[in-house]
Design a binder for this molecule. Structure first.
Ligand code: SF4
Length: 316
């Protein structure tokens, strides 16, 4: 959940930008996602010192380096454990995980699953380019069966993971898809994900011109059957919101609707929010158990700063 600005400064996207050399390839979709994230934070006016961005390994893993916020570059596939720890230590921070499709849906799949169902108030942005780009473009879990990019010796013989379906199944309470080269709309989606109280997944179709010569800017700009391949759910009458979370029928219907939309036949791909439901978060439950958390975060409680010397001595 966004924390309101506490002073009169108006934050611009450049206020979230670190002055450090960026070594992503020219034309990489990662630039669009980075820009969209900075635009989203400026739109919500969250002070940079109230934000933490955590990444795994991969080209996308460099994102926190380019952000003028708190940042942590963790191990491969371990975005969710770090995001969880950061949020539990200070639930007043806006905590954002970033990682590639291989990091999130492959190496970190177990953490991705359990991170979603915890429903912490966090946002996870997945840079989905179908390949492990940092290590020269091996097939990732999202590459479709039968596809062969220029970086692969053979076509993929395995079925692809559908990130939207996976996110729904894991219990993410906000599931969306963006496109890296539509930065303005992506910024809007990321802002909505951050504002959502609960675990938010934004899977972003990301072009990798160096290793993926199939899902290119041209591919996404194509028309199929006379209609644009990419279109926005916001331009249709699609309603992703569960209006009554206590109604299991409505919850099931909204999940089924998202499930069908994520498997649209004919090659068209919907951008936007597929599913959204607001229910109590993990932090809400913790605040009931630990009353002090209602006043301030764990990191500021005496409980957290207690002298653990006697406990250590017991172990010696
Ligand atoms: Fe971007 Fe691909 Fe280059 Fe990595 S290898 S920086 S994903 S274009």
């Amino acid at each position: 959940m966004a924390t309101a600005a506490t002073d009169l400064k108006v934050f611009k996207p450049t206020d979230y930008k670190a002055e450090i050399h960026n070594d992503w390839c020219p034309g990489c979709g990662d630039f669009g996602i980075l820009g969209a994230l900075q635009m989203a934070l400026a739109k919500l006016q969250i002070p940079p010192h109230r934000v933490a961005v955590i990444s795994g390994i991969g080209c996308s893993g460099k994102t926190p380096h380019y952000m003028h916020t708190y940042a942590f570059h963790t191990l491969h596939g371990r975005v969710m454990p770090s995001v969880t720890a950061m949020k539990l230590a200070n639930h007043e921070l806006t905590v954002i995980g970033v990682g590639g499709d291989g990091d999130a849906y492959g190496i970190g799949a177990g953490h991705f699953v359990n991170g979603g169902r915890r429903n912490l108030d966090i946002t996870y942005i997945v840079f989905n380019n179908d390949v492990y780009a940092l290590t020269k473009g091996q097939a990732s879990p999202t590459i479709q069966k039968g596809m062969k990019t220029k970086s692969m010796p053979e076509e993929s013989i395995m079925e692809a993971i559908n990130p939207i379906l996976l996110g729904l199944a894991c219990g993410y309470t906000f599931v969306a898809r963006g496109y890296a080269l539509d930065t303005k709309y992506l910024a809007d989606l990321i802002a909505r994900a951050i504002q959502h109280r609960g675990s938010a997944l934004v899977d972003v179709l990301q072009t990798c011109p160096t290793y993926n010569d199939l899902h290119t800017k041209g591919y996404y700009a194509e028309t199929v059957n006379g209609q644009p391949r990419l279109y926005k759910l916001d331009d249709t009458d699609y309603d992703p919101v569960v209006h009554n979370p206590d109604d299991p029928v409505e919850v099931a219907q909204k999940k089924a609707q998202a499930l069908l939309k994520s498997q649209e036949a004919g090659g068209r791909i919907a951008l936007g929010v597929y599913y959204q439901m607001e229910v109590p978060t993990y932090e809400d439950y913790l605040k009931k158990k630990i009353p002090g958390l209602r006043e301030k975060p764990l990191a500021e409680l005496d409980l957290y700063h207690r002298d653990i010397t006697p406990n250590l001595q017991e172990l010696m």
